[in-house]
Every structure is written in structure tokens, then in C-alpha cells.
Design a protein around this ligand. Structure first.
Ligand code: SF4
Ligand code: SF4
Length: 145
């Protein structure tokens, strides 16, 4: 296990997840886009919603329906504080939003950067303790290497 492993147990509406991994230095992939939650009432008229998604896609944005009351759009606009070296200019200062320090909090958060992000979410299955889940993660890592 790497020394900088950042392990967290995160309860969500879809169950509890064990987040393992770490934030890779000079990655910055999740700072290249914005994830904005939108009012789920947009789902009331599905045809209009689908048409809106089509229009957003023409602007390079993608829409994700995470649940009946949870919709978000991904906008590919990089953060102004991301350097060419993919570091955060405001890291460790009050200018850095708390949301950056908490990220990622849900498997959906890293869906668009899944091939790049070094965090991994594993669901704590029914009857399993967080320790059991962690052992499973370690076993799976062993079988992958
Ligand atoms: S995509 Fe993952 S590894 Fe890369 S900067 Fe974001 S949280 Fe860190
Ligand atoms: S403030 Fe820093 S961590 Fe947050 S999105 Fe911008 S570059 Fe990334």
C-alpha cells in the first residue's frame, strides 16, 4: 500500500463505498472540467430534456442523470488556477474551494476520468465490514499485478 494512500468510508444514497487510492501529483484531470448539479425538475418533460442534452452536447457538454432527483452537467472548462504543470496554484490557501479537497466523493465523480484517476470506489457489500471490503481491494490488487 503506498504511503500516501487516502482511504475513506463514504455513505451515499446508493450504499457505502470504500474510497481507496490517492491523488496523483501532476494529474489535474478533474480540474479540466466543471461538474454542475442542475435542478432535477428538468426531467419532468423527458422529450424536452433529451432535446436540451442534444443542444448541450453541441457545446461540448455532457449530461448525466444520476437518479430521479440528481442531474449534473459536465462542462469542459479548465480551472483558472490549474498550471501548465497540472498543479494547483491555490493549494493550501483559502482561495481553494473545499469541494476540491473533498473530491472525489462518489464513483460518479470520476466517471469521466476513470481511466486516469488513481482513486477507486468499492461498494461495501451487505454483511461485509469496511475491513472485509478493504481486504477484498487488497486481494484484487494482488491478482491484478
Ligand atoms: S483525476 Fe483523480 S488523480 Fe487526477 S487530479 Fe483528480 S482526483 Fe487526483
Ligand atoms: S482550485 Fe486547484 S484543485 Fe480546485 S479545480 Fe482549481 S486547480 Fe483544481
Amino acid at each position: 500500500m503506498p504511503l500516501n494512500e487516502d482511504i475513506l468510508l463514504i455513505p451515499t444514497d446508493e450504499g457505502t463505498f470504500l474510497r481507496t487510492g490517492w491523488c496523483s501529483p501532476h494529474c489535474g484531470a478533474c480540474c479540466e472540467a466543471m461538474i454542475i448539479p442542475v435542478n432535477p425538475l428538468v426531467l419532468r418533460n423527458r422529450a424536452r430534456f433529451d432535446d436540451w442534452c442534444k443542444w448541450l452536447a453541441l457545446h461540448g457538454m455532457t449530461t448525466r442523470v444520476r437518479g430521479e432527483d440528481d442531474v449534473e452537467i459536465h462542462i469542459p472548462i479548465p480551472c483558472s488556477e490549474l498550471t501548465k504543470e497540472k498543479t494547483c496554484k491555490v493549494y493550501g490557501t483559502d482561495k481553494r474551494p473545499n469541494v476540491c479537497g473533498r473530491f472525489p466523493r462518489h464513483p460518479y465523480d470520476i466517471e469521466s476520468v476513470a481511466d486516469i484517476c488513481t482513486y477507486k470506489f468499492t461498494k461495501v457489500e451487505e454483511g461485509e465490514t469496511a475491513g472485509d471490503t478493504f481486504s477484498r481491494v487488497i486481494r484484487e490488487r494482488g491478482s491484478e499485478s
